[in-house]
Design a protein around this ligand. Structure first.
Ligand SMILES: *[C@@H]1O[C@H](CO)[C@@H](O)[C@H](O)[C@H]1NC(C)=O
Ligand SMILES: *[C@@H]1O[C@H](CO)[C@@H](O)[C@H](O)[C@H]1NC(C)=O
Ligand SMILES: [Mg+2]
Length: 261
C-alpha cells in the first residue's frame, strides 16, 4: 500500500516533469466528476439508441438515411458484441420451429425465400471499415467488397438454411444484387458454406431502378405462378418481406446499419 508521503512525492515528480501549461490543463479537470458525467452521457445515449434501434427494426421509423451520430458506438457494440449474434439466433430459432411445423406437400413445391446481404451473408467486415452505417453509402467501394467474395455466413442463418433443406424446402435466393455480381455472389455463398439452392434471383436490366419492395414482390409472384408455395421468407429489410405475394410467414433479421426502401 502506498503511503500518503510517497503519493505526494510521486505527484511532485509528475508535476515537475510535465510543462506548466499542460499540468494546468490536467489539474483543472476534477477526475471523478468527469468520469461519472461521461458514464451518465453514455447511459443517455444507450437508452436513446436502444429506442432508436427498436423503432428502425419495427419499421416505425420508416425511411432513414444513416444511423444517428450519437449511436455509432451503440451500433458498433450491438454488431460486434454478443447481441447481434443472439438476436440472429432467436430469429433463426423461430424460423426453424415454424418450418418444422409445416406439413410439406412432397411435390417439391414447398419453398423458402432468403435475402442474401445481412440475411445469409454478413458484410460486417465492410461496415466496420465504413462507420457501421454512419457514413453515406459508397456503391463503388461496396461493389469492390462484393467482388472479393469474402463475406462470412451469419452462423445462425447457415444453420437455419441447412435445417430447412433437411426438412425438404426448396431454397430461393432473392437479392438486390445485380446480375453482373452473380459469379462473385455464387463464389461467396459457396465459400461461406451455402450450397444447393434451387435458384439465385438477381436484379436484371429490367429490374433496374425499381424499389426493392416492388422488385422482390414481382419475383415472388412469379414463383407462386410456377406453383411454389412460399411458406417462409427471411430478410433483414422490410422491403424483403412486404409488398405483394408475401410468404405465409416473414422473418425479420436485425440490421441497425442501413435501410433499403
Ligand atoms: C436457439 O436455439 C439453440 C438450439 O436449441 C439454443 O441453444 C439457443 O439458446 C437459442 N438461442 C436463442 C437466442 O433463442
Ligand atoms: C461467370 O462464370 C461463368 C462460368 O464460370 C463464365 O462463363 C462467365 O464468363 C462469368 N461471367 C463473368 C461476368 O465473369
Ligand atoms: Mg439484405
Amino acid at each position: 500500500m502506498a503511503s500518503s508521503s510517497s503519493v505526494r512525492l510521486l505527484l511532485l515528480i509528475v508535476l515537475v516533469t510535465i510543462p506548466a501549461s499542460l499540468s494546468h490543463t490536467i489539474l483543472q479537470i476534477p477526475p471523478n466528476r468527469h468520469a461519472s458525467e461521461d458514464r451518465k452521457l453514455r447511459a443517455d445515449d444507450n437508452l436513446f439508441c436502444d429506442s432508436w434501434r427498436f423503432s428502425v427494426e419495427t419499421n416505425d421509423a420508416g425511411t432513414w438515411d444513416s444511423i444517428p451520430s450519437r449511436c455509432v458506438g451503440f451500433v458498433q457494440d450491438y454488431m460486434t458484441g454478443s447481441r447481434y449474434a443472439s438476436d440472429s439466433a432467436a430469429v433463426a430459432n423461430f424460423s426453424l420451429a415454424f418450418g418444422q411445423a409445416v406439413k410439406l406437400g412432397g411435390d417439391g413445391k414447398d419453398a423458402w425465400v432468403f435475402d442474401i446481404d445481412e440475411t445469409l451473408l454478413s458484410n460486417l467486415p465492410y461496415y466496420e471499415a465504413h462507420g457501421f452505417g454512419s457514413v453515406t453509402f459508397d456503391e463503388e467501394a461496396f461493389d469492390e467488397w462484393v467482388d472479393l467474395a469474402e463475406a462470412p455466413a451469419i452462423p445462425a442463418s447457415l444453420n437455419l438454411y441447412k435445417g430447412l433443406q433437411r426438412l425438404g424446402f426448396k431454397i430461393f435466393l432473392l437479392t438486390g444484387r445485380s446480375e453482373f455480381q452473380r459469379n462473385a455472389t455464387v463464389k461467396n455463398l459457396l465459400y461461406s458454406g451455402y450450397s444447393d439452392w434451387e435458384r439465385l434471383l438477381l436484379r436484371g436490366p429490367s429490374d433496374k431502378g425499381t424499389l426493392a419492395t416492388e422488385y422482390k414482390s414481382k419475383k415472388r409472384a412469379e414463383l407462386i405462378t410456377e406453383g411454389y408455395r412460399l411458406h417462409g421468407s427471411s430478410g433483414d429489410q422490410w422491403s424483403d418481406l412486404s409488398g405483394f405475394a408475401v410468404a405465409r410467414r416473414s422473418f425479420k433479421l436485425p440490421n441497425p446499419m442501413y435501410y433499403i426502401a
